[in-house]
Ligand binder design. Structure first.
Ligand SMILES: C=C(O[C@H]1C=CC=C(C(=O)O)[C@@H]1O)C(=O)O
Length: 387
């Protein structure tokens, strides 16, 4: 389904960059962003919204985006759509084309407006008021039991790896303002990509796919420590990491040439460290078509993929929505970036539902995984608390 403005004239203006991109949207409504280290994209208002579902959601989104770009008048080359794809094929995936887009690279910023500039009433950024925390659908003891069962199944040889997630709910007295979270997340997590698309806000360290012309890059993460433990000498974490890299490389192989991997190395973030491998390749395949080929990698699904997805449905049973799905942006030429939507929350009015998942193999310890999930929640939890 596509909904769009009647007037699709594109206007572009250049101006000196600002460091406070998060403060530009005039109100909390319809904010979309993809920001890292003071640069990136932020937008508001809706020139078009494209919603797709089903196993062919990536192809349908790609076709709808191409059709939309063809309808634009003027400088269509500067148009960008923000995307949030559901983890599960039954979920709703969304492309949002903002009416106003600010793109900041190097010392310059550019505003792209589609249609007449929207009438803007400025609403100051609000800090969350009186936040209370509740268990989600999978409180820690139930999730620990699910992890223990998954480990038992892997020890019996049913599968090699699975990623199980749990949730946590924040409830504030007033509606949550995504701009506050964007500000907190960009300043706390400068190595991560802070995103807001539809109702999902977060800061992910994992780049699923970046496409610039015929160059594809990816950063695969799996294997974590929140205690400073050396990941590079841990057989368990190296094995867990290996499955994630192998799933990305084998899924992209039919679409890529000159594939090079470098890693693993350790990526140290504020609350946690990960094993990371960077992948570079040449491709002529579009960004969304590549996403169809690779999603879900074993960083969020498991190995073998189908057995892992069945076990996730059986033991986790959460509606992951956009969590662990591809999230990011695409431009008119088909270039763009899709991260994996991790360290994020779904915002609905006064509530935020946080998600955190852990990769499990036969050697995993359920108690350690519960603590790892808490360390992953901390990224958004501390941002909501503003502490
Ligand atoms: C599934 C998540 O993290 C993935 C990415 C990095 C490390 C992971 C791990 O060590 O389990 C996960 O595979 C999450 O943060 O919800």
């Amino acid at each position: 389904m596509t909904t769009l403005l009647p007037d699709l004239a594109v206007r572009v203006e250049e101006f000196d960059r600002t460091d406070e991109l998060w403060a530009l949207p005039p109100s909390p409504r319809g904010v979309v962003c993809w920001l890292r280290g003071g640069a990136g994209l932020i937008g508001w208002g809706e020139a078009a919204r494209i919603e797709v579902a089903g196993p062919d959601r990536f192809d349908r989104a790609a076709a709808a985006w191409r059709a939309f770009v063809e309808r634009l008048d003027g400088d269509a080359a500067h148009a960008v759509a923000f995307a949030s794809f559901s983890f599960d094929e039954r979920g709703r995936s969304v492309l949002v084309v903002p009416r106003v887009l600010v793109r900041c690279t190097g010392g310059r910023a550019r505003t792209t407006t589609i249609g007449a500039a929207p009438a803007e009433v400025f609403v100051p950024v609000a800090r969350p008021a009186a936040v209370r925390w509740h268990d989600g659908r999978l409180p820690a003891p139930r999730w620990r039991a699910a992890v223990a069962e998954a480990v038992r199944r892997m020890r019996s040889g049913e599968l090699d790896k699975v990623v199980l997630a749990r949730d946590l709910v924040a409830e504030a007295d007033e509606p949550l303002d995504p701009r506050f979270l964007i500000e907190e997340l960009t300043s706390r997590h400068p190595q991560c990509w802070t995103f807001a698309v539809d109702d999902l806000v977060g800061a992910t360290p994992e780049m699923l796919l970046r496409r610039e012309g015929d160059r594809m890059t990816s950063r695969v993460l799996a294997g974590s420590s929140w205690t400073g433990h050396d990941l590079l000498t841990s057989r368990q974490h190296l094995d867990e990491h290996h499955y994630a890299v192998a799933s990305l490389v084998s899924a992209t192989a039919p679409h890529c040439t000159e594939v090079r991997t470098s890693g693993p190395s350790e990526l140290h973030l504020r609350n946690i460290s990960h094993l990371a491998t960077d992948v570079v390749a040449r491709t002529t395949t579009g960004l969304f078509e590549l996403a169809r080929a690779v999603h879900p990698t074993a960083a969020v699904g498991g190995t073998p993929r189908d057995a892992a997805l069945r076990l996730i449905a059986e033991l986790e049973g959460l509606d992951r929505g956009g969590y662990a799905g591809p999230v990011g942006w695409v431009d008119a030429a088909g270039d763009g970036e899709l991260g994996i939507a991790l360290r994020c929350a779904r915002l609905t009015g006064r509530r935020a539902r946080l998600f955190a998942g852990c990769g499990l193999i036969a050697d995993s310890d359920p108690d350690a995984e519960v603590r790892e999930s808490e360390a992953k929640f901390a990224a958004v939890r501390d941002a909501i608390e503003g502490r």
